[in-house]
Design a protein around this ligand. Sequence first.
Ligand code: GLV
Length: 391
Amino acid sequence: MSTRPPRGCDGAIDGCGPTGNGDPVCTKDRAILFFIFCSGKSWYKVRHGCPEARAARFFSHITRFEESTMQKNVYVAREVFAEVLDFLAPHFTVQANQEDCVLSPEELARVLADKDGAMTTLTERIDEPLLGRCPRLKAVCNIAVGYNNIDLAACSSHGVMATNTPGVLDDTTADFAWTLILATARRLNEAEAYVRDGRWDKWKLKQFLGLDVHHATLGIIGLGRIGQAVARRAAGFEMEVIYHDVQRAAPAVEAACRAAYVPKEELYRRADIVTIHIPYSRETHHAVGGPEISLMKRSAILIHAARGGVVDDAALVEALRSGAIAGAGLDVFEGEPAIHPGFKELANVILSPHIASSSERTRFNMAMKAAENLVAALTTGNPPNLLNPAG
Ligand code: GLV
């Protein structure tokens, strides 16, 4: 195995050819193997004096055996923890982008052209044009629970298994949603900048008046695993929890979350804090836009740590600018890492760079889970978190 990072950002490595592992002796090894293979073929023909057809049949078995046991090539598309590469090493020839460049679609297609599997993140788009250029690819294992960067239908039609990392990041993401809830409600960003800039000259009764979180009404859009973890934390603040989802949760889930199902419009009208926990897809594009935000109270805040594109950022900038809502706490953005320039001009919004799952332990677990999926996919064909089961 080699974890040598690609040279430059085109995924190319030095030392040997496209399937190489960066070890300069690999070309020599191959030459030796090829020599042994050819000699064996001649030896068999000489020894048995068999006709060409028999020899061809015999060696086709050898070739098939070679293919099935041949070391598989995988690509790790973004920087991961060293332990994750160590875990992959006994199974595959690993090429890893430890320099952490974000590859262009062209660069990604080139580097995956000779790979059997890949570990990807939300910065790598896996779609039809790419898959058409990667005939060997059998598995794409995302280091994320969200997988809107992967076209599942295209993967299925190319026989590529796609996986994600559910379960390991729910609590960490919920903790961060709560970080945004408390910081936004209590205007922590404005207050911190005020102290840091040396503008604090006296205590004032009406300084940075915020929104009480305790006993407020929390409106959760999407009561999946993360939405539920957010809801459970609300008990400590003695909040009323209401939620909306495309499908109503089971009674046991509602009870554990102390959450009441309400129609969407009612949620926006009643909640003091609206927090979003739905995945991004064609169906959820701008699910929270001008019409929804206009239903919210002027004193309410909006929290978004799900996926860029679920919220119409332009509509939100307008609502924050006009005072239609009091504030927002945002970890994800349309077109990130670029963000709508309007956000930066506003004091009533807290901005963070898509870090909701970013605790040391959780990011490690996410990467390790993706690696486990990759090993299972390419060795058993049955990864634990398969998103597109065949037929
Ligand atoms: C992070 O955003 C994830 O989807 O895991």
